[in-house]
Design a protein around this ligand. Sequence first.
Ligand SMILES: [Zn+2]
Length: 293
Amino acid sequence: MNSLPAIERFQSNNGVRIYRIPLEVFTNGFIGYAYMVLDAGLPTLVDCGSGFGRSNQDLLDGISALRTDFGERLDLSDIKHILVTHGHKDHFGGLERAGVPAEPRQIMIDMYGFAKKHVRSVNVDFTLDEDVAFEGMQFVHTPGHCPGQVCIILGDVMLSADHILSRTTPHQAPESITNYTGLGHYRDSLRKVEKLDGIALALGGHEDPVRDVYGRIHEIQQSHERKLNRILDIIKQIGQPCTIYEITEVMYPGKTGYDTLLAIYLYQHGYLSVANLDEVELEDNPALRYLAV
Ligand SMILES: [Zn+2]
């Protein structure tokens, strides 16, 4: 069994104590974090793992370690709120299994209702509003990676969920599959966080703490910019109307995945046109062929 990273303690400039509790959220060793937030109102757990494999046990062990290793007088029954940053399994699955923690008030963040299809197994007590602080926390709706995702601001610390991670640029699925996902929303959400002043530390749902939040946002923006330009170049290079599949073969030889769908973003934002609209009218579901505008 892999050993987990250590629990880490962070403190915001307004005195909130934030404990990062590592969990093996998928049995392949994939690590995600739950955060125990203390002294921002009532004790609040942010995200709670997947409920798979050892994820729940890791969470229980982590919470007891706050007592034994950090001297926090905290029992499971003291946890009054659970906030889920977004409706992906590795962040809320732990809610579905009994016993974690005792009689919690389960607050599922579902700000604009678009995340519903992802969260059907969890009861929503009430929704949160961006303009209204809750227990000393401010919420920022950051759709893109997941429709209902929120980042949580605690003084100069931001719990950034999977919106801003230290190494990975979070995957994006096209909005044609799910409302409020997709690169367009994601880039808007990056700009939204970029405009917030004074964030000294971002703690994500995975990977390392990010100290230079604004620099990291810039890196992620550049990375998407490069990919989008690459797609435009490939289309010009192919020189005739081509499908997303054909673009993908050049961009990621031998691979398919979410990135392959980036061309849809370029189309939706007016960089590409569909060259075979006549076929689209005649056939049921022809492959769309794109051309650079
Ligand atoms: Zn995640």
